[in-house]
Design a protein around this ligand. Structure first.
Ligand SMILES: C[S@@+](CC[C@H](N)C(=O)[O-])C[C@H]1O[C@@H](n2cnc3c(N)ncnc32)[C@H](O)[C@@H]1O
Length: 254
């Protein structure tokens, strides 16, 4: 993987042509395509969001943070085994267009791109400039490019992607219901989607009383919450696997 300026990179032109921005706005070239403009990410300020926008955390994220701490949540699954699971669930390969929602430093996007043919394309989207700088530095390549944008307002047309992934992020975003609806909207009919997020594993009544509350910006979802939201958004063949405090959900559009 190489660090190529976005304007000169092959995927950038393809991705720019896919962007749908209000009032014909154009993205800013920062090595990734920035659709949000200067200034901080437009999100609630929490311990988690401060961490995700910090240069220090973005530099250690793919190493000690993701490979050391997060596997505790998913009962021993490693980052690599999670990526392999997403690859299997999405059947990543060939000429697919894949969207990696809340891609962080591109740790999943880069691996997906390695598995695609020449016509394939991975788009990683995230709000954090610090994370995207790492993505461009560590996980760039001829079949992957990055966009700074809001997962709750994906800047793409309906049915644009063959596969959509969102790992280790839904519990951090401000509007998870809206993010899931957006993921389904941009997925082509028959396309595959996969999500890894938190799972509270509390008795039903306790979970209902807990509601959508957060700890440090992190939300604990009930075991039927994500599958229910995906069903409401039009997904079929939805499967759920739980490991520790994580849930892995796979679904098809239509
Ligand atoms: C823990 S990282 C996940 C990275 C990668 N998907 C993984 O599995 O390791 C969560 C990411 O979600 C991003 N994020 C949070 N809210 C977002 C939003 N509304 N739109 C886009 N990205 C968001 C953060 O900036 C952060 O990079």
């Amino acid at each position: 993987m190489t660090n190529t300026p976005v304007a000169a990179s092959m995927p950038a032109a393809r991705i720019e042509a896919m962007l749908v921005l209000p009032d014909g706005a154009t993205p800013t070239d920062r090595g990734y395509l920035d659709t949000l403009g200067p200034g901080p990410a437009p999100q609630r300020r929490t311990v988690a969001s401060v961490a995700m926008n910090s240069g220090f955390v973005s530099r250690i994220y793919e190493g000690p943070w993701r490979q050391g701490a997060l596997p505790l949540l998913a009962a021993g699954m490693t980052m690599r085994s999670e990526i392999d699971k997403a690859v299997r669930d999405l059947r990543v390969g060939g000429s697919q267009t894949v969207l990696d929602v809340a891609c962080g430093p591109g740790n999943f996007s880069g691996r997906f791109a390695d598995l695609l043919g020449d016509d394939g394309l991975v788009v990683g989207i995230d709000m954090s400039a610090a994370m995207l700088e790492q993505a461009v530095d560590q996980n760039a390549g001829p079949r992957v490019g990055y966009v700074r944008g809001d997962a709750a307002r994906l800047p793409f047309a309906d049915a644009e992607f063959d596969a959509v992934c969102c790992y280790a992020a839904l519990y951090l975003v401000d509007e998870p219901e809206r993010v899931l609806a957006e993921m389904v909207r941009v997925l082509a009919p028959g396309g595959r989607l996969c999500v890894m997020t938190s799972c509270a594993r509390l008795p039903g009544a306790v979970q209902r009383a807990w509601g959508g509350r957060r700890v440090g910006g992190v939300r604990l979802f009930g075991r039927d919450e994500i599958t229910g939201l995906l069903r409401d958004a039009g997904c079929t063949r939805i499967t759920l696997q739980m490991r520790g405090f994580a849930q892995f959900v796979q679904a098809y559009r239509g």
